[in-house]
Design a protein around this ligand. Structure first.
Ligand code: AMP
Length: 542
């Protein structure tokens, strides 16, 4: 017997409709490429998203056609999120930090028809357009009078003239909720990048789940600043969850330095922010160097890479900001786990609570996870045994766009490529990417643990640990370190700092001081590149 409830597809247009109707006056504030601050409301945003939809009709774009963006976090990008997907086209957010050859490759692979870009990326568009064979229209996200003359980019129009010509009476089409809504290519550390193709259903369910109290806990009372880019995994779904709750949105645009972020947070009374550790590191350095405090920030969700304990402590102890450590990936829309404590942890001493907060957290309803051994056998949830992490759920990919890479699933589960432990309360702790784990004398050393201890040293700004081949132990860890400006620490001092903090055999064999650690397009440490840089490195003879 079927239930007798209304059947209404979960569509992305429904989110902005809701925000317009119920939170029409809630603000969306953006720092623009021009440097000034732009502010308007959800009502204004919804109106202009409908104009975007009309403008796409005007270009004769078909249902399911791809519209690409090369853009920062800002109000025009948000309008494209809703206007493109809401009208049945697919929003393809491209990461502008990728190499131009990679951008060309993915634009062609996605068969993008339109490319909308912020003016900061004009040189990039000039470098790639001749090789992007499917793009028919280029839209510069600016006013008509800012449209670059003689840019060499064919059929270039300004966003404002393009949507300005449209009526706002567009009616969102209703279609199957399993229709594709947006796509994002993975970082592609091995081989060509592959795309996750999200649907209206998966994105809406993810937005619901992300807003839950034990997940990102987003409400109409929040002012959210997503530093996580809208060009990578939909800024962790925040543009959708914010509309679903009516939260104020504050977009940083291109200004990601500590000073700009801090000033925006203070000016807009931001209560909640989301970012990767490398960006927060710049913010914390700015705060401590200038003796500043946050007056409204209460919580921050940190993920994308392991959040070092020193960062969680600094936010918590020095600034009274709760850190929610999150784990996920492009293939998971991206949220998988988030770390909040349970009631039973209330009575624990601070130190014990911190041990839990350092973990990547508990699975969100909608994500099922397990750890398995090499034979695929499920391993116990004892917080000690680690294995390959597999996941499944309605916002996790079934396959990549165009079937690239074949069937990724193993008995219906998606192998994440991460290695971790799960404890009896279901808290996941990521040890490493499976290819980064260091195998020493038959035991595994977590490169994340080695890095976390190094960055807890007051003179260390950033650290990256890799394994170096060793004749006896197979591999031994070394740690590459960037010192904080004006700070000093020697190799021996840093190695001494490890004593008592980890087992003796897990202490790295050496410290290599470097000026910078190579970061990938999503702010993650590029261990492949670091290995290449240190290819002639020899372990000290012991
Ligand atoms: P991406 O698909 O670019 O978002 O990268 C996903 C990968 O980032 C995951 O598979 C993890 O290896 C890593 N990652 C994300 N969040 C965390 C975290 N909190 N701790 C450790 N690694 C993380």
């Amino acid at each position: 017997m079927l239930g007798l409830m209304q059947s209404q597809p979960l569509l992305i247009s429904g989110l902005i409709d809701f925000a317009e109707r119920h939170h029409g006056d809630a603000e969306i504030v953006s720092r623009r490429v021009e440097g000034d601050i732009h502010r308007y409301t959800y009502k204004d945003s919804a109106t202009r998203a409908r104009k975007v939809a009309g403008a796409l009709d005007g270009l004769k774009l078909g249902f399911g056609d791809r519209v690409a963006t090369l853009a920062w976090n800002g109000y025009r990008h948000l309008e494209l999120y809703y206007g493109v997907s809401g009208s049945g086209r697919v929003l393809h957010t491209i990461n502008p930090r990728l190499h131009p050859d990679q951008i060309t490759w993915i634009a062609n692979h996605a068969e993008d028809q339109v490319l909308c870009f912020d003016l900061s990326f004009l040189p990039l568009v000039q470098a790639v357009h001749a090789r992007c064979s499917t793009i028919k229209h280029y839209v510069a996200m600016c006013d008509e009078d800012k449209l670059p003359k003689d840019s060499g980019v064919p059929r270039l129009i300004s966003y404002e003239a393009w949507i300005g010509a449209q009526s706002d009476s567009y009616t969102w089409p209703v279609f199957d909720e399993n229709t594709a809504s947006s796509m994002c290519y993975t970082s592609g550390t091995t081989g060509n990048p592959k795309a996750a193709l999200y649907s209206h259903r998966s994105s809406t369910l993810h937005a619901y789940a992300a807003a839950l109290p034990d997940v990102m806990c987003i409400s109409a009372r929040d002012a959210i600043l997503p530093v996580v880019p809208m060009f990578h995994v939909n800024a962790w779904g925040i543009p959708y969850s914010a509309a679903l709750t009516g939260a104020k949105l504050v977009f940083p645009g291109p200004a990601m330095d500590g000073k700009s972020i801090y000033e925006l947070m203070e000016a807009e009374k931001v209560t909640y922010a989301a970012g990767v550790p490398t960006v927060w590191q710049m913010l914390l350095i700015h705060l401590s160097a200038n003796g500043l405090k946050f007056s409204t920030l209460r919580r921050t969700v940190i993920g994308g890479s392991a959040c070092p304990p020193a960062m969680i402590k600094a936010f918590n102890d020095d600034y009274g900001v709760e850190v929610l450590h999150a784990w996920g990936m492009t293939e998971m829309s991206p949220l998988g786990t988030l770390c909040t404590l349970k009631n039973k942890h209330d009575a624990l001493p601070e130190e014990e609570k911190m041990k839990i907060r350092l973990k990547q957290g508990r699975a969100i309803y909608g994500v099922d996870m397990k750890i398995v051994d090499e034979a695929g056998k499920e391993l116990p949830w004892d917080g000690k045994t680690f294995g390959d992490l597999y996941v499944k759920g309605p916002w996790i990919i079934r396959e990549y766009f165009k079937g690239e890479g074949g069937d990724p699933l193993v008995d219906g589960w998606f192998p994440t490529g991460d290695v971790g432990t799960i404890d009896a309360d279901g808290y996941l702790q990521i040890t490493d990417r499976s290819k980064d784990v260091i195998k020493s004398g038959g035991e595994w050393i977590s490169s994340i643990d080695v890095e976390n201890i190094a960055v807890a040293h007051p003179s260390v700004a950033m650290a990256a640990c890799i394994g170096i081949a060793h004749p006896k132990w197979d591999e031994r860890p070394i740690v590459a370190v960037v010192k904080k400006p004006g700070m000093e620490v020697s190799r021996d001092e840093l190695l001494k700092f490890y004593e008592g903090k980890t087992a003796k055999w897990q202490i790295p064999d050496d410290v290599v001081f470097v000026d910078a650690i190579p970061l990938g397009a999503t702010g993650k440490i590029l261990k492949t590149k670091l290995r290449e840089i240190l290819k002639d490195y020899k372990l000290p003879v012991s």
